[in-house]
Design a protein around this ligand. Structure first.
Ligand SMILES: [Mg+2]
Ligand SMILES: [Zn+2]
Length: 188
């Protein structure tokens, strides 16, 4: 039996899942955005596998240790697990922007690595974030893209601009149902 590849909802962390308070180093600083967990539960119900993809250059800049970053990731997982969301993966780019790594968004390295490890279908996936970097990374792998939050106002680059993750899920469910109703039509 083949294991069909599943679509991912790639989720940016800061400004998308939790409030963006700059270079956070302590787990207590993570505050989930309003509606984030509920929105992700709806994405899961639509068949998307939730995967976090986040730039954390504070590590490369020497502002946060790798151990602190690991504790932050544990805390992120726990906060969302308490709200009914289990992330299939949390992928972090720890590098400095000058390192020239392949994983710092807008590069797509985190997404392609997740796709390989978690057997995801990139073309049917969606990248959701609050910055143009997220949109570019999503486009690079052929995924759909959604910009969320205040910074997204008036930016036309994404496939959709959403108020929050609930709004994003609503848009995806509309486009998904349009697609499936089309596929039920008889072939010519
Ligand atoms: Mg962000
Ligand atoms: Zn990197």
């Amino acid at each position: 039996m083949t294991n069909p590849r599943r679509p991912a909802a790639f989720l940016d962390r800061d400004g998308t899942l939790v409030h963006d308070d700059g270079y956070m180093s302590r787990p207590e600083q993570l505050r989930p955005m309003r509606n984030a967990a509920y929105g992700i539960r709806r994405l899961i119900a639509l068949g998307f596998v939730p995967v976090v993809v986040t730039n954390q250059s504070g590590v490369g800049r020497g502002l946060i240790t790798r151990a602190q970053m690991a504790r932050m990731t544990d805390r992120l997982r726990r906060l969302f697990a308490e709200r009914g969301v289990r992330f299939a993966g949390v992928y972090v780019c720890p590098h400095h922007p000058d390192d020239g790594c392949a994983c710092r968004k807008p590069k797509a390295g985190l997404l392609t690595r997740a796709a390989r490890e978690l057997k995801l279908d990139l073309k049917r996936s969606v990248m959701i974030g609050d910055s143009d970097r997220d949109v570019v990374a999503g486009r690079t792998v052929g995924a759909r893209t959604i910009l969320v939050g205040r910074k997204a106002m008036g930016r036309p680059s994404a496939d959709h601009v959403a108020r929050d993750l609930i709004d994003a899920a609503r848009w995806l469910s509309r486009t998904a149902s349009r697609r499936s109703s089309r596929t039920t039509l008889p072939r010519p």
